[in-house]
Design a protein. Sequence first.
Length: 276
Amino acid sequence: MRIDAHQHFWDVDRFQYPWMPSGASPLRRNFLPQHLEPILKRNRFEGSVIVQANIILDETRWLLDLASAHEFIRGVVGWADLTDPRLGAALDEFQRHPKFKGVRHLVHDEPDVNWLHREDVLGGLRELARRHIPYDLLVRPQHLKLVPRLAEKAPDLFMVIDHIAKPPIAAQQMDGWAEDMAAAAKIPNVYCKLSGMITEADPRAWKAEHLRPYVTHVMQLFGPDRLMFGSDWPVCTLAGTWKEVLAAFTQAMGPQPIEARDKLLGGTAQKFYRLC
């Protein structure tokens, strides 16, 4: 099964998204299942994993409602407040839904660069691990150095690094990011998403060859068993179409054995998120 492991929906009439660009941004409109499903079908993808965009519980409930109504939504990575003493109650509610598959927080927006190492956050992450709920790490390069210690504090937690940690692709810089990614990759429970790359490149002049050094690096570190493709739709539309993202991924990855390609384009996501 071919799965896009990282996509979003939002309803600007229902929820406020304070991170959105101001003005006449192409993102300031609704993106809903009826907009995505035809794209997936045209490109022979059977499903997708939808990931939170807002830090409110009601958005997670809404995404789970959409997942109930649309078979192609195979899983939802929602938001829950890891620091809330009532976290268990929220997780109890979400785990009653068969398509609830993970939790994410906008770590890269936290003023405290060491937010992941706070004791209240670690307590929440340990609760995820106890319940076998994976965690999406939305981080930037400066946060990668936190991952090894995080794994020590929550050794049973399965984590996936979103968007290869947003390295400065536009500047073609790898120093620091490359070394810290290598340290994170040594942890067996840490996976990585090949997603969100074209928006970190020059949005008007990017080419697949600009992505290749970064893709090659994470491929060598993680291998296809711990890597998964994600389009980051509709955020990707700031720099290209869904199909252009897939083409860039394919070109940057280069020729791969069929078994490896199947893992990258769905198999790893199915295993990590325990998708049906």
